[in-house]
Structure formats: C-alpha cells, structure tokens
Design a protein around this ligand. Structure first.
Ligand code: NAD
Length: 258
C-alpha cells in the first residue's frame, strides 16, 4: 500500500504508460528526481529500457523498472500490472497515461482502421490502465492515489485532419471526470493534462511551414517542452494538489478560450 510522501514524491511508486516517448520520458525523469520509484511501460521495449537507463536514484528505497506492454488490450495491461506487482510486491499509487498515437486524415478520407487504431491506444488504453490501477489500489485498501491522463487541447478544440485523435482525446476528458467522481471516496484522484504543441517525435515530422504557422498562433511564440508538461504532472501527483480532482490543465502557451 502507499504512504504519504514527506518529501517530493519519495515513497510513491509510479507507473508510466508510454514512458519511452518524449513527454513520458520527461515525466519519468522528473518523478525519479523527486524521489518516486518508476516503472516505465511502452510498446517499444528499447524506448522503455532507454528511459530506465536515464533514471536517477536519490534514495536507497527507490526501485525503477522497464516493461514492454501494449496498453490497447486488456491482456497487455493485466500482464503489465502483474509483472509490476510481483516485482515490487505493491501496486502503483501514481499512474500516468501517456501512450498515444496519431493517424491523420481528413474526415472524408479517414479509414475505419485508422479511426479504430487511434481510439484503441489513446482512449481504450487509458481506460484499461485507469481501471487496472484503480482495482489494485481499491483492493489493497490504499488511501491515496493519483491518476494523470494525457489528453490534448485538440480534445477541446478539434483540429483539421484529426477527427480520430480529437475524438480520442475528448473521450479521455469524459473518462477522467467520471473516474474522478467514482474514485474520490477511495482517496484516488484523476486529472487530465492538455498539452498544446510540444516538441517530441509526435510533432518533429511536421513540415517546417506548418510548424511556423502553428507557432505564429501561440501567444507565447514558441513550442512547449516535454519538461514543462512533466512539471504539471509532478504537481498533480503530489500532495500540493490533494484537493484537485477531475480537473483538466491546459499546457499550451495560450490564454484559455471558452
Ligand atoms: P511520443 O510519440 O513521443 O510518445 C508516445 C509513446 O507512446 C511512444 O513511446 C510509443 O511507443 C508509446 N505507445 C504507442 N502505442 C502504445 C501502446 N499501444 N502501448 C504502450 N505504449 C504505446 O508522443 P508524446 O508527444 O510524448 O505524447 C505523449 C502523450 O501526450 C500522447 O498521449 C499524446 O497524444 C499527448 N500529446 C502530445 C502533444 C504533443 O504536441 N507532443 C500534444 C498534446 C497531447
């Protein structure tokens, strides 16, 4: 079971789906620096292992691990939780859902297969990890937990060429708010982070002209960095946010529009 951290996130045991990616890796590094034990999970084993190799250990009790896992199906998530629990004899009390993909096309050209693929990883994967971690925490009698879901500003605004991605990220917001309401009485919080345009492999393949156009629409005049998303995740995992649940925090360099 979990204990309340006395310094940073020390004594917290955390699980990161998509921890081999740009944002996921920055979150893993930040949490390890704060003193948390980190289990990195990614469909790409090399990416998960590389993240593991970068993680610092501040305390002797800190234990990190890396796991290959596909979160888009229940077998992948069940086996991941089993591996993590049998290795460390406890359940994670922080989970960050960062696994995500895109398959962009205009609505009238969007293939059914690409719609399903994106929904399976981004929405169903987030649901399966939320459910598995919640089940484990509730059955262990833990009195605190924090689940952080990576949605996207696109889930609120929509985006041309991203009907599948926007639908998946809007779904993550509904899932987050419902999870927060259902789990509040167990002391488990669930919040969403909505990044805007962040410099990772997800955005690095975009043509320079498109990048310049997007940046020209950002009042802060630049892309965001994965570390800036990681800082918000660290806040949401820590006791500094212990009265915040069901919230969505935009990390976009913009003033919120309603
Ligand atoms: P990324 O591509 O660098 O990382 C995503 C990671 O998810 C990769 O390591 C990938 O291997 C992993 N992954 C993919 N499918 C998986 C599966 N089925 N099971 C387990 N792992 C899987 O992307 P990123 O920019 O770090 O994005 C992280 C999250 O933030 C995503 O959910 C993304 O949608 C969201 N986001 C990113 C941006 C941005 O501008 N980069 C903006 C808004 C939201």
């Amino acid at each position: 079971t979990c204990t309340i951290p006395c310094e940073g996130l020390a004594a917290y045991f955390s699980l990161y789906a998509g921890g081999g990616g740009g944002i996921g890796r920055a979150v893993c590094l930040r949490f390890a620096r704060e003193g948390a034990s980190v289990s990195v999970a990614d469909i790409c084993p090399e990416a998960a292992t590389e993240t593991l190799s970068l993680l610092p250990t501040k305390f002797s009790e800190q234990q990190h691990s890396a796991h290959a896992a596909d979160v888009s199906n229940i077998q992948g998530v069940t086996s991941l939780l089993n591996k993590v629990q049998s290795k460390f004899f406890r359940s994670p009390c922080i989970a960050v859902n960062s696994a995500g993909i895109t398959a962009d096309a205009f609505l009238i050209k969007l293939e059914e297969e690409d719609f399903d693929k994106v929904l399976h990883v981004n929405l169903k994967g987030t649901f399966l990890v939320c459910q598995a971690v919640a089940k484990a925490l509730v059955s262990s009698g833990a009195s605190n937990g924090s689940i952080i879901n990576l949605s996207s500003i696109v889930g609120k605004t929509g985006n041309i060429g991203q009907a599948n991605y926007a639908a998946s990220k809007a779904g993550v917001l509904g899932l987050t708010m419902t999870t927060a309401k259902e789990l509040a009485r167990h002391g488990i919080r669930c919040n969403a982070v909505l990044p805007g345009f962040i410099a990772t492999s997800m955005t690095s393949k975009m043509p320079p002209k498109v990048v310049d156009k997007i940046i020209s629409m950002i009042p802060m005049g630049r892309m965001g960095y994965p570390e800036e998303v990681a800082g918000v995740c660290a806040f949401l995992a820590s006791d500094d946010s212990k009265y915040i649940t069901g919230a969505s925090i935009e990390v976009t360099g913009k003033v919120q529009e309603h």
